[in-house]
Design a protein around this ligand. Structure first.
Ligand SMILES: Nc1ncnc2c1ncn2[C@@H]1O[C@H](COP(=O)(O)OP(=O)(O)OP(=O)(O)O)[C@@H](O)[C@H]1O
Ligand SMILES: [Mg+2]
Length: 549
């Protein structure tokens, strides 16, 4: 992504406006790196909005949230804002020295200020300053609108609800990525702005955190916009859907009627589009034929018919030429709006034999990170769901399983020749300036140098379109980067695929396709996830539940 202002600056802005808060964006267009990302988008967010912005990875959802929040100026179009607006960004970088407390203070600065003003006005009133009564009434109204007295408690409740670090002196840089996200999300929820813009808020939440977020969104007195791959959250909280995926007329579509309204509306629109396309193609073929017939009549028209005079032949030929031209023109203006076929995931076939041993862990623990000892034996075709609250050691166990972390006690044995690929919770730090294609080539090259061959090409996987493949990775959206990471894992054609929160950042459609592939692949698969829909879809898999402490 391009870099906007520091994440901290984006946290909250604007003065509270209660029920009249809104963001009205009209005709918004944004071009990035020479490519149109948003074209002529209209969207209104009001104090009652429960809006989901959806679309494939890289469609511009984050870009649109940045425009709505005022972090990015659109190339054209207008955005009008009123009210307090908070944005929880998809990416998170923390400044040096920032603490849990400094972020909290920033989030509730309005309330702090309102209370300080109220104190000052109370004092002025006591001293009977002229105009003090009106000023006091204003200050009281502002503090009441913010429920400023309750701001600290609200943040504390949110920190606890999301199991975030409550120690306000703790430096954010010393927290895990997931912990930082939870602190920041708690600040946004606790600040209770008029309008909340949330970009992939569920990525680091466990079951309890997801329930808390869902409840908070349901009872939020203002409006919100959410971008999420979490189908359960979309179903639970979103009322309308702005879909940025390609449509027949190229404009984003707005669907009412909640999740089902979106799914059904999208299906109907797509069916209509395909039908229109089929009609257009039939018409196009008819016009091509008509033009060809006219041309062939022109040729025969020049042939002198017996008994026709030279003058007659020339007149007829002129008419036929005109007919040909007319038909040709008609053909040219007849645009065929071809629906862009969406990419479809094509999971490579892996040659792992069912029951072939891959890796065995016996009584492994990791000091301070995985307290309970775990024994696991995984062979080709095996499945395992790993669950447990934040901090129970799921990612640690996955790292041990994959051979990336030595257990403190216990043993791990990887069977000779067995390949293991790991999709980590966050995308790795890619080198900058390299395209997805370049990275893939490097990855495959390194693997081949180690004597491991594969047949999977990047384009065959259907994960990234041509434009995304050519872009430097740092300019790819978060979801596109995650797709690339998945592509690298699949290129290894692994005997064991280890997936840590695999649905994070991915589009709901890809998640559906991936779920299907995970059920049928010959590889052994271990999935750690909090994704409620994925847990439902894989409910027949054996499950290992870790606990905290
Ligand atoms: N600095 C940049 N230069 C060029 N292109 C960029 C830049 N930043 C982002 N893009 C491109 O803009 C498009 C939209 O990105 P954006 O992050 O808004 O998508 P998104 O819908 O939020 O994706 P995701 O679902 O993966 O989060 C992507 O194709 C991305 O590669
Ligand atoms: Mg995004």
């Amino acid at each position: 992504m391009y870099s906007t202002t520091h994440a901290r600056a984006a946290l909250i802005r604007g003065n509270p406006a209660g029920g009249s808060a809104h963001i009205r964006a009209q005709g918004v267009s944004v071009t990035l790196g020479g490519h149109p990302v948003l074209t002529d988008v209209d969207v209104t967010v009001s104090a009652t909005s429960r809006l989901a912005i959806v679309g494939e990875n890289g469609r511009g959802k984050t870009t649109l949230l940045h425009v709505l929040a005022g972090l990015l100026e659109p190339d054209s179009g207008t955005v009008v804002r009123s009210g307090s607006i908070a944005l929880a960004e998809q990416a998170l970088d923390v400044g040096r020295g920032e603490t849990v407390g400094s972020l909290v203070e920033l989030a509730i600065a309005d309330s702090r200020r309102a209370l300080a003003d109220l104190d000052a006005e109370t004092e002025a009133l006591a001293q009977e300053h002229p105009g003090a009564a009106d000023a006091y009434a204003d200050a009281l109204e502002r503090a009441s609108a913010l429920d400023a007295w309750d701001a600290d408690r609200r943040v504390d409740v949110a920190l606890a609800g999301l199991r975030a670090c409550t120690d306000r002196d703790r430096e954010l840089s010393t927290l895990s990525v997931g912990q930082r996200y939870r602190v920041r999300l708690a600040c946004v929820l606790g600040a209770r702005p008029d309008l909340m813009l949330l970009d992939e808020p569920t990525n680091h939440l466990d079951a309890a955190g997801l329930d808390f977020l869902t409840a908070r969104l349901r009872e939020h007195p203002g409006g919100f916009v959410v971008v999420t791959h979490d189908r359960a959250l979309l179903r639970d909280v979103a009322r309308s859907f702005l879909d940025l995926d390609p449509s027949e007329d190229g404009r984003p579509r707005l669907y009412a009627g909640g999740y089902d309204g979106w799914v059904e509306g999208r299906r109907a629109d797509r069916a209509r589009w395909e039908q229109d396309f089929a009609h257009q193609r039939t018409e196009h073929e008819r016009l091509v034929q008509a033009a060809a017939d006219a041309r062939s009549r022109l040729r025969t028209g020049w042939r002198p018919d017996k008994g026709t005079g030279k003058h007659q032949r020339a007149t007829r030929a002129g008419g036929v030429v005109q007919a040909v031209n007319r038909r040709q023109e008609k053909l040219e203006v007849h645009a065929v709006t071809v629906p862009e076929p969406p990419l479809e995931l094509s999971w490579p076939t892996v040659g792992t034999r069912s029951g072939r041993p891959v890796v065995t862990c016996s009584d492994v623990t990791v000091a301070g990170r995985l307290p309970q000892d775990v024994s696991l034996e995984l062979s080709g075709g095996d499945r395992l769901l790993l669950t447990g609250p934040n901090g129970s050691g799921k990612s640690t166990l996955l790292a041990v399983l994959a051979g990336m972390l030595e257990p403190t006690t216990g043993h791990r044995v990887q069977h000779t020749g067995a390949r293991i690929a790991v999709l980590s919770q966050e995308v790795p730090d890619w080198p900058t300036g390299v395209s997805a294609h370049g990275l893939f080539e490097r990855h495959v090259g390194a693997r081949e140098a180690a004597g491991v061959r594969g047949r999977t090409s990047l384009s065959s996987l259907g994960l990234l379109d041509r434009r995304a493949l050519a872009a430097p990775v740092e300019r790819m959206s978060q979801g596109q980067q995650r797709r690339l990471h998945l592509a690298l894992c699949l290129a290894d054609e692994p005997d064991l695929l280890v997936l840590d929160e695999p649905t994070n950042h991915l589009s709901p459609r890809l998640v559906d396709e991936m779920t299907e592939a995970l059920r049928t692949t010959h590889s052994a698969v271990v999935v750690a996830t909090h994704d409620r829909q994925l847990l439902r879809d894989l409910r027949e898999w054996p499950r290992l539940e870790l606990s905290v402490g």
